[in-house]
Design a binder for this molecule. Structure first.
Ligand code: T5A
Length: 220
């Protein structure tokens, strides 16, 4: 498989879902599982992963009063991603590292496309331009009802971010879009029922990850 025309040797896993679905919780277990096959595992997140990405993250999540229109929002997430790909994701995959990314392109399709109501074709075209070979080897979609995600988010000490503040209809549109993306690409996007108890979700993650990881190469 190639990435930007170069040989790609690592394994690229992305975690997706509505706010509070359990992505950060699962990232730790995913790293332990991947480490059995890949000695180096890089955990990263979007927005974030680079100084630019972390600066934009603070802007999005902490500056709740700052007006940001839907198109600007989409471009800013995409700018952070372009930097993240160039500085972190592509070099790591080329070096044979497994990369786990908490949110990626599907988040932009779901939140800025379906949530904000931007044209799906335009959002997709932008993603294809900035990351021509952007498809992860595996994307795990943690699906759960919006109300449950909200409940889990409210249990945290941190104040809600600009997205968590959105109406229920916004989050329902995001969830629906995620499920449509998964239905369109069932090989890449595996849906886990994240409303189940955590040990069950972790076991389901183990099963899909082991099935998706390439066979270990036979020794000499
Ligand atoms: N965004 C991002 C866009 O709009 N466009 C984009 O392109 C991108 C990249 C990022 C925001 O930016 C938006 C989407 C987001 O709103 P964030 O803080 O990274 O902000 O938001 P989240 O990714 O949603 O992070 P959260 O921490 O809110 O959610 P997680 O990581 O999904 O959930 P997690 O693991 O922190 O778990 C939440 C709570 O639930 C518990 C955990 O212990 C924790 O307390 N939990 C469970 N409880 C019961 N049963 C289970 N199975 C559980 N799993 C976890």
């Amino acid at each position: 498989m190639t990435l930007g025309g170069r040989v790609r040797r690592g394994f690229f896993l992305t975690l997706e879902g509505i706010d509070g679905a359990g992505k950060s919780t699962l990232a730790k277990t995913a790293a332990e599982l991947l480490r059995t096959r890949y000695p180096d595992v890089r955990c990263t997140r979007e927005p974030g992963g680079t100084p630019l990405g972390e600066a934009l993250r603070r802007l999005f999540l902490e500056e709740r009063g700052l007006p940001i229109g839907a198109r600007a929002e989409c471009l800013l997430f995409s700018a952070a991603r372009a930097q993240h790909l160039e500085d972190v994701i592509e070099p790591a995959l080329e070096a044979g590292t497994a990369v786990i990314c908490d949110r990626y392109v599907d988040s932009t399709l779901a939140y800025q496309g379906a949530g904000r109501g931007l044209s799906r074709e335009r959002v997709e075209a932008l993603q294809n331009w900035l990351a021509p070979s952007w498809r992860p080897d595996l994307s795990v979609l943690l699906d759960l009802p919006v109300e449950e995600g909200r409940r889990r988010g409210q249990a945290r000490a941190t104040p809600p971010n600009r997205f968590e503040d959105e109406q229920r209809t916004f989050h329902e549109a995001v969830r629906k879009c995620y499920l449509e993306l998964a239905a369109a690409e069932p090989e890449r996007i595996r849906v886990l029922d994240a409303s189940r108890p955590l040990p069950e979700v972790l076991e389901a993650l183990r099963v899909v990850l082991e099935a998706a990881m390439p066979e270990a190469e036979a020794g000499p």
